[in-house]
Design a protein around this ligand. Structure first.
Ligand code: NAD
Length: 487
């Protein structure tokens, strides 16, 4: 039988106690007892108040990893995977409780996906070239200390996925997590350090901040020990790291369109789109954000979506909802006003959003759908909420034209439901996204019900794509001239 660890014992005790006290029975273990530096009284390892100190600690972690065998690195990674599986629910609950966004069960599944499908040291592959002039060996080396900026939407998932890949590649890591998800992110940092300690690694393998700010991010970006910046977030932060003057991997915003043509299996398409769009309340950057449906099948598609937990609102209701979930912001530089998402609505349940416009919906409602035109802000903005606009199109030319425009050149993710291979190929080629999913929910694109490894850092702007350990390495060549060839 599998052994249970101290954190799980604390969790069980807490649950038992909360069941004895009926007033606390409805709370989760995450409602109290967590902060940026501790969980239920257990102090986190590797959390600092000063970014310079955090970087120095990560540098020591890096030195320790450098002197380890690959086998030892893999042992630590195995321990990280085990702890993630054991504590996935705790992190999911803290994530929802702290950020107010997403769904506990979906977050739990995302953690399990990280544990199961993030590549480890096997991803680092050396190569050799032989010829008349001997042998040349190409090895993938670590950068050193990586500075990683992580989002509020997949906070602990990103810290854990980045940590596995970066450690597998032989790096140290310092995180500057999103301030709104600091307890969740630092829980994950602590988990990595506990795994390291339990498997013979250094006490502090990865480091983070107790109060991350723009200033601490900027110290990180300019610190001489930081050799690589990896940033997962919206356009602002990707731009910031790409202007840092250092090697940077940028994983930025998306606005994934979905095309449904007249050859699609509409029953499956309706279910797949709602499943993908509502996963963790639409927080994943790859999730379906707007649909372009052929006019000939649109009504049938909407009916299938309704069968799968979608609530159809009319134009007036959509306008009222838009006034709530989008707010006017004025650009300080240009003075121009534009629509921006209301952070208080991001990642909320569909029922909560419907309630904001006076509609009471049952628990089975998980998505709000509406028919809109192409210019509607629900189509144009990356909402990250379970609201899905559907635009009617005449044919594949119009569908591709509008879907490509709605993706805004992010080259992030797009989806299509079709059995027409010409249509599928044409859209895949035109949209130029890092991920293109055919006839499945969006999450198949990150290895959940689809082939391939997972990542929570999809680097479109800088081209690494579905990042993994090898993305965090630098190539080195060693040449032995005129010998060591054995044929
Ligand atoms: P966000 O952009 O608000 O924050 C991301 C991180 O960047 C945070 O840690 C934040 O503190 C930091 N940050 C923001 N501006 C900065 C600056 N100028 N300098 C330094 N640090 C800065 O993102 P969020 O709301 O947490 O996440 C949602 C966004 O991230 C969406 O646009 C989503 O598409 C994107 N995202 C992309 C991926 C991907 O793999 N491509 C994954 C997750 C999220």
């Amino acid at each position: 039988m599998a052994e249970i660890n101290k954190v799980q014992i604390e969790d069980i005790v807490r649950r038992v106690l909360s069941n004895i006290d009926n007033t606390a029975a409805s709370t989760t273990q995450a409602d109290e007892g967590y902060s940026a530096t501790s969980y239920n009284g257990r102090a986190f390892i590797g959390i600092y108040s000063d970014m310079n100190e955090a970087i120095e600690a990560a540098e020591k972690g890096y030195r320790a990893v450098r002197s380890m065998s690959v086998e030892q690195r893999e042992k630590i990674i195995t321990a990280i995977r085990t702890l993630i599986r054991e504590e996935a629910l705790i992190m999911a609950e803290i994530g929802v409780s702290e950020t107010g966004m997403g769904r506990v069960e979906h977050k739990r599944l995302k953690h399990i996906l990280v544990a199961d499908k993030t590549p480890g040291t096997e991803d680092i592959v050396s190569s050799a070239k032989t010829g008349d002039h001997g042998l040349t060996l190409i090895e993938m080396a670590p950068f050193g200390v990586v500075g990683a900026i992580t989002p509020s939407t997949n906070p602990s998932e990103t810290v854990l996925c980045n940590s596995i890949g970066m450690i597998a590649a032989g790096n140290g890591v310092v995180f500057n997590p999103h301030p709104n998800a600091i307890a969740t992110s630092n829980y994950a940092v602590d988990l990595v350090n506990r795994a390291s300690r339990s498997s013979g690694g250094p006490e502090v393998l990865v480091a983070s901040m107790d109060k991350p700010t723009m200033e601490s991010a900027s110290v990180m970006q300019s610190h001489p020990l930081i050799r690589l910046l990896v940033c997962t977030g919206g356009p602002g932060v990707v731009k910031a790291v790409l202007s840092s003057g250092k090697k940077a991997i940028g994983a930025g915003a998306g606005n994934p369109p979905v095309i449904v043509d007249d050859t699609a299996d509409i029953v499956k398409a309706g279910k797949d789109i709602i499943d993908g769009c509502t996963f963790d309340n639409n927080l994943p950057c790859i999730a379906e954000k707007e649909v372009f449906a052929f006019a000939s099948i649109k009504d049938k598609l909407i009916a299938q979506m309704q069968k799968n937990g979608a609530y159809l609102i009319n134009d007036a209701q959509a306008a009222r909802l838009a006034d709530i979930v989008l707010v006017d912001v004025t650009d300080k530089k240009t003075g121009k006003t534009k629509k921006s998402i209301n952070r208080k609505c991001v990642g909320r349940d569909a029922a909560v959003l419907l309630d904001m416009i006076g509609i009471k919906a049952g628990k089975d409602i998980r998505c709000i759908i509406c028919e809109t035109d192409f210019n509607h802000p629900f189509v144009q903005e990356e909402l990250m909420m379970p609201i899905l606009p559907i635009v009617s199109v005449k044919n594949i030319d119009e569908a591709i034209d509008l879907a490509v425009k709605a993706e805004h050149g992010n080259r992030h993710t797009a989806h299509m439901h079709s059995k027409n291979i010409d249509n599928l190929s044409r859209f895949a080629s035109a949209v130029e996204t890092t991920i293109f999913v055919k006839n499945a929910p969006s999450y198949a694109g990150i290895g959940f019900g689809g082939e391939g490894h997972t990542t929570f850092t999809i680097a479109g702007p800088t081209g690494e794509g579905i990042t993994s350990a090898r993305s965090f390495t630098r190539q080195r060549r060693c040449v032995m001239a005129d010998s060591f060839r054995i044929i």
